[in-house]
Design a protein around this ligand. Structure first.
Ligand code: DAH
Length: 345
């Protein structure tokens, strides 16, 4: 076969080969076979010296034209295969399928409960305030009438930062801060936040959350305390809950009371069917907060008129959250396990 004939056969031969090429990589292989550096066209060009010198320019011209044809064919086939693939993908796509829901974050149960409690008190006119977690001995103990030899000041219970500086062991120093800042009554504040103790076992963590409340005015009585806290506890745990006030002792209140609610699991019966209730340990009651009338000694420390009257209270947030949501293990609050946290979304 003459060199020219061989050249003229390339185009029809590629045409029929392309009809069999069903994938982009098959087309790519044909590109190499025909137009590659060692491909068929290059091999024919290499034989140029076989021709008489006067035939060479015409052959070169013809070869260029064939090269154009071949590459046009290859490009066209590549484009067609691409369009087919796109069409097939679209045919597989079902626009009626529901979308994947993006994962939304959610508030931590501790935050949820703190916000709910603050909302109840805000509605009663209490203002939410916050303050430092690293406290002076004065704010955390001294001004709250906790004497130097009080067991709560023991190194066993308190995390000391340095001499006279502690991680606050309760939110009660916020009472002191609020009174020092306002200088005189009336005031009604609620202070949520982190507190720290040197406890660590199944039911104690070195950091947990409390909410402190304080109301100071003229002629405030224990009846105001009872009314406010009863209303609060019914808002939080439901209108049927029974509330009980027991005499107690705190250095910064006089008189002091501890407040119990009827057990929310057994509804105060102490048992479920014939089984003893494990939540209230069969007592029918759950201790929920500490409270009392502000001790006049505290007013002395913050420069308030000792004739002022007011009440204060404090409660543990994780404990309330455990009761409200039926959480049985305190550690759940601190492990950041998404399987747990997502349930509060
Ligand atoms: N600070 C107390 C504690 O951590 C709780 C408490 C009790 C706060 C009585 C008060 C109160 O405001 O009046 O255990």
């Amino acid at each position: 076969m003459s060199l020219t004939d061989a050249l003229q056969r390339l185009t029809p031969s590629l045409q029929s080969a392309l009809r069999q090429a069903l994938t982009l990589s098959a087309v790519e292989e044909l590109h190499t076979a025909y137009l590659g550096r060692k491909g068929m066209l290059a091999q024919l060009m290499a034989r140029l010296p076989e021709l008489a010198p006067e035939e060479r320019p015409a052959f070169g011209k013809a070869a260029n034209a064939v090269k154009e044809e071949l590459s046009a064919l290859l490009t066209e086939r590549t484009g067609a295969l691409g369009a087919e693939a796109e069409e097939a993908a679209l045919a597989r796509f079902d626009p009626s399928l529901p979308g994947r829901e993006p994962w939304k974050g959610s508030l931590h149960p501790t935050t949820l409960v703190m916000e709910e409690i603050c909302r109840v008190f805000n509605a009663l006119g209490f203002e939410t305030i916050s303050g430092p977690e690293v406290e002076t001995d004065f704010h955390n103990f001294e001004a709250l009438n906790l004497p130097k030899d009080h067991p709560a000041r023991d190194m066993q219970d308190t995390l000391y930062v340095s001499d006279g500086v502690v991680m606050r062991t309760h939110t009660s120093p916020m009472q002191v801060r609020a009174m020092l800042e306002r200088k005189k009554p009336p005031l009604a504040v609620i202070a949520p936040g982190k507190v720290y103790r040197r406890d660590s076992d199944i039911t104690h963590t070195p950091m947990f959350h409390q909410i402190e409340g304080l109301l100071v005015d003229k002629n405030v009585t224990l009846a105001h305390l009872r009314g406010t806290l009863t209303l609060f506890l019914r808002a939080l745990f439901g209108p049927e809950v029974a509330v009980r006030f027991r005499p107690s002792f705190f250095p910064f209140t006089e008189p002091s009371v501890e407040v119990d609610i009827s057990c929310i699991l057994c509804e105060g019966k102490g048992k479920i069917g014939n089984e003893p209730c494990r939540v209230c340990k069969s007592t029918g009651w759950l201790e929920i907060l500490g409270s009392g009338m502000v001790d006049p000694a505290v007013y002395g420390h913050v420069g308030f008129d000792p004739e002022c009257t007011g009440f204060a209270f404090g409660l543990g947030v994780e404990r309330v959250a455990m009761l409200k949501y039926g959480i049985t293990d305190l550690r759940m609050f601190f492990e950041s396990d998404l399987r747990f946290l997502r349930q509060f979304a």
